[in-house]
Design a protein around this ligand. Structure first.
Ligand SMILES: CCCCCC/C=C\CCCCCCCC(=O)NCCO
Length: 575
């Protein structure tokens, strides 16, 4: 008998040793691929830096001081060429990268695309397209032919896209010049911005803080002035949270109003909660400018039959009709810190001053909505993510979520039961992984019912739009986001509903906000993390979120723009 046990022991030991050495070989291979990419990135940056002087420094700096509308105008009028605009923004992008580590790779073909545009512009019968020569930055997970979309997984290195995503081709057809790819967190399912290939992207206001995620390379770049317009993606806040953390504007359109052909999301195959791509820029009008031109004419609708053929409605964006707008500053699931609540109040006052009617709106049962959101995002209980991460080098910032996903489902349920009296919100999150197709079906049913309930409540009040917080906190240290993933209730809700949702800067954290934070109630470990992580944030930007039902992006953008105008008027008056 003893020899059977000994044999089992020896075989098990051999199995484990072989597994360990296979894993060791795999990690070494990934590390070598990472080293090669880090060198390639440096060469790419050095190469661009060397060619900057092909354009006079005074021209570059004159272009760098232009507002977006001035840039459009001077390119249209031929005051500056596409090649000059490209060099000006390459220079700014390098400066932004040195400060924040926001870039993955420059798109070298941008130079020939700009040159082609300038060549065409020489002909008198050429009609310049509306985005002629505008440099545009692209989140790394969007396909650009010849570049890999790693989504922060080292195993994704070298897997190059065979063709451009439709949104990239569309930008090019409109005359834009996609010129650089920007960093993302590993997996994309995070609002931090760090991965084992390109490292951690910092917030331009404070490098110890996150620029947000997953479109964090975009927000850091745009907020540093390194790109006039960027493309982000959002399944739970990945456009809106980075914009809020860095003080820029952005909008997540309803899912099928833009094309997602060739953009890669965090977990493919989630039918009721899908990522939306959308614009990010220094101001609202720039986001509207891009969408207006994408939704005018037939280019998009004839290239992707899954895009709803809803054209841009200028009459809604520019309307002067007074609106009825709901507002809330606490979703009763996660209390925002003082600066975030003040931002809603200030936005409300601005809108009231502009003649709109603001009505208190209490979103129905956000605890249930958050639970549906987590179920729908983790449609397979985390299997897809864990499989990817098991074959990769795991980023530190992502470990808290991975630990939770690794807990076997039945243990998650038992823990949820035990934790309910002392840590009810974590208990909710641990209870919602679907165990089988029957549970999954009922998640979908609950989402449909929730959509109906929310929409009906808005209709009963006659609301055109809603304003509310974007998040619970201002930008936080890099290790915080995935420790308190439940703060995405404010953004994830509108992915669940598939509403149009955008954000615009309203204020910054003040000394008074920081003092008021002392009274932030701590009822469980998540509150404690939030309270600690929100300290030392004086001066950091704070945004408000504006939302409208599906396909009402023009209303959403209008509310955002009116808030932005009100904020500017207030700031001008102060100075
Ligand atoms: C057992 C509990 C597991 C917890 C599951 C966590 C689920 C959700 C966390 C969501 C964090 C979302 C951040 C924003 C992500 C985003 O919008 N990404 C864009 C992808 O294209």
């Amino acid at each position: 008998m003893w020899w059977i046990l000994a044999l089992i022991g020896v075989l098990t030991a051999i199995y484990w040793l072989r597994r360990r050495s296979a894993r060791g070989r795999q990690v070494a291979k990934l590390q070598m691929a990472i080293e090669r990419r880090v060198e390639e990135r440096q060469r790419s940056i050095d190469g661009v830096r060397k060619s900057l002087d092909s354009i006079d420094a005074s021209v570059r700096s004159a272009i760098q001081t232009l507002s977006f509308s001035q840039l459009v105008e001077s390119l249209q009028e031929g005051k500056y060429s596409a090649a000059q605009a490209l060099r000006a923004y390459q220079e700014k992008a390098i400066a932004a990268h040195e400060k924040t580590n926001c870039l993955t790779l420059f798109i070298h073909e941008a130079e020939s695309w700009a040159a082609e545009l300038d060549e065409k512009a020489k002909s008198s019968d050429y009609k310049k397209p509306p985005l002629f020569g505008i440099p545009v930055s692209i989140k790394e997970c969007v396909n650009v032919k010849g570049y890999d979309q790693t989504r922060g997984y080292a195993q994704g290195l070298g897997d190059e896209a065979k063709e451009d995503a439709t949104i990239v081709s569309h930008l090019k057809a409109l005359g834009a010049v996609p010129f650089v790819l920007t960093n993302v967190p590993q997996s994309l399912l995070s609002y931090a911005c760090s991965n084992p290939i390109y490292g951690t992207t910092g917030n331009p206001y404070d490098p110890t803080k996150v620029p947000g995620g997953s479109s964090g390379g975009e927000s850091a770049l745009i907020a540093s002035g390194g790109s006039p317009l960027g493309i982000g993606g959002d399944v739970g806040g990945s456009i809106r949270i980075p914009c809020h953390f860095t003080g820029i504007a952005g909008i997540k359109p309803s899912h099928i109003r833009l094309s997602h052909r060739g953009t890669r999301g965090s977990v493919p195959g989630r039918p009721l909660i899908n990522a939306s791509d959308g614009p990010m820029a220094a101001d609202v009008d720039t986001c509207a400018f891009m969408l207006r031109h994408m939704w005018t004419g037939d280019w998009l609708f004839s290239r992707d039959p899954y895009v709803a053929p809803v054209p841009w409605r200028e009459e809604i964006y520019s309307s002067e009709r007074k609106l009825i707008i709901g507002y809330y500053d606490d979703d009763k699931w996660f209390l925002p810190t003082p600066a975030l609540r003040r931002a809603v109040q200030e936005a409300k006052e601005i809108l009231e001053k502009a003649g709109h009617r603001l009505i208190r709106f209490d979103p129905p049962d956000v605890s249930a909505a958050f639970s549906h959101f987590v179920s729908a995002v983790s449609v397979d209980g985390g299997t897809y993510l864990l499989n990817r991460l098991d074959n990769d080098i795991l980023d530190d910032t992502y470990k808290p979520i991975v630990r939770l996903y690794r807990i076997p489902l039945l243990v998650q349920r038992a823990l949820s039961y035990l934790l309910r009296p002392i840590y009810p919100r974590l208990a909710t999150a641990l209870r919602c992984m679907p165990r089988n197709t029957s549970e999954l079906r009922s998640v979908y049913e609950r989402i449909e019912l929730y959509r109906e309930r929310f929409t009906r409540q808005m209709e009963q009040l006659g609301l055109d739009a809603i304003i509310c917080p974007v998040q619970v906190m201002p930008a936080v240290p890099h290790d915080v986001p995935m420790k308190v993933f439940a703060t995405v209730s404010y953004t994830g809700l509108f992915n669940l509903l598939d509403y149009a949702a955008g954000v615009v800067r309203v204020t910054e954290v003040s000394e008074e906000d920081e003092q008021a934070l002392e009274n932030y109630p701590v009822n469980d470990p998540w509150d404690k993390v939030v309270k600690e992580a929100s300290k030392g944030a004086v001066g950091l930007p704070i945004a408000v979120q504006c939302v409208a039902p599906p396909f009402r992006e023009e209303i959403c953008l209008r509310v955002m723009r009116e808030i932005e105008t009100g904020v500017r008027t207030k700031t001008d008056r102060k100075h």
